[in-house]
Write a protein that binds this ligand. Structure first.
Ligand SMILES: *[C@@H]1O[C@H](CO)[C@@H](O)[C@H](O)[C@H]1NC(C)=O
Length: 304
């Protein structure tokens, strides 16, 4: 396979933090969140598994329009290791249109897996952990975040990042997405999130993925705990509807799948062509042999 799916998902939600200590695994892990944070055990939680054959097309879902994302001011942006994720604060001059209300940007953060695992995203599509796609080339927009990770290795460390084109972090196509009502995917799991899950993934390089998975720690000092596998398991959909802004025509393929499909089709065609060629040659030879024998027979006949 020429491609890998990965482990990374960008979410644009409001911050809600503080309170009881929580982790992804162990005695304070996700199964225990509802004990300290009751809303985490409620019935409209995120993430979910999006089953694409069960989504409802909604023609009123307009393309998302980010405003101010390409030039987020002149002030440096704050980048923070909060022990759960790496978080970039965004100025409120950034906002989104194409939603039922005007949403102002607050922050963005990432979720990822760990070395050697092919998952790490929170939302699943058809049971598959989808995330950004890993390609050959560095994604320059993500480099504005990833190149600073070594400055905030430990929990509670902060650094500032020069403003950059934040639109570049989003996938190119903002018209195709899934929409549903859900929650924050970390405690306190407030069910106040109108989720937009883009159909197409963003792409970063394997090197960038390794940087993300291997630089950060979830602890302040020794003993150092690596900050990995910071994704929540999918939650029951219950009575909720998932809408799509687009009509899916058959299964959809990624560039890598298209490429392998294309190569497969090409090889298939070549085999068919060769088979046809050999069969045709065989038939021609047979015919020629028959003709020869006819000529021979008639020759003999004339001789006779
Ligand atoms: C989300 O919930 C609100 C309030 O119940 C409802 O009006 C809206 O249609 C829901 N949106 C989606 C995408 O389900």
């Amino acid at each position: 396979m020429l491609f890998f799916t990965l482990l990374l998902e960008v979410i644009w939600i409001l911050t809600a933090n503080g309170g009881q200590h929580w982790t992804y695994e162990g005695p304070h892990g996700q199964d225990h969140w509802p004990a300290s944070y009751p809303e985490c055990g409620s019935n409209a939680q995120s993430p979910i598994n999006i089953q694409t054959d069960s989504v409802t097309f909604d023609p009123d879902l307009l393309p998302l329009q980010p405003h101010g994302y390409e030039q987020p001011g002149t002030e440096p942006l704050n980048l923070h290791n909060n022990g759960h994720t790496v978080q970039l604060s965004l100025p409120s001059t950034l906002y989104l249109e194409g939603l039922p209300r005007k949403y102002v940007a607050a922050q963005l953060h990432l979720h990822w897996g760990q070395k050697g695992t092919p998952w790490g995203s929170e939302h699943l599509i058809n049971g598959k952990a989808t995330a950004a796609e890993v390609g050959e080339t560095k994604n320059p927009a993500y480099e504005h975040i990833l190149s600073h990770l070594h400055e905030i290795k430990h929990k509670d460390q902060k650094t500032s990042v020069p403003p950059f084109n934040v639109r570049g972090l989003l996938p190119p196509l903002l018209a195709q997405y899934f929409r549903y009502n859900g929650s924050l995917t970390t405690p306190p799991c407030y069910q106040s999130v109108l989720w937009t899950v883009f159909h197409r993934r963003a792409q970063i390089s394997m090197e960038q993925l390794e940087n993300l998975r291997e630089t950060l720690f979830s602890t302040e000092e020794e003993p150092s705990e690596p900050l990995v596998q910071n994704y929540r398991a999918p939650q029951p959909l219950n009575q909720r509807m998932v809408f799509a802004s687009f009509i899916q025509v058959g299964p959809s393929y990624t560039t890598g799948e298209m490429l392998s499909l294309g190569v497969g089709i090409l090889v298939g065609c070549l085999c068919l062509l060769l088979a046809v060629y050999f069969i045709a040659r065989k038939i021609r030879r047979k015919r020629l042999r028959n003709r020869k024998s006819v000529v021979f027979t008639s020759a003999r006949a004339t001789e006779a």
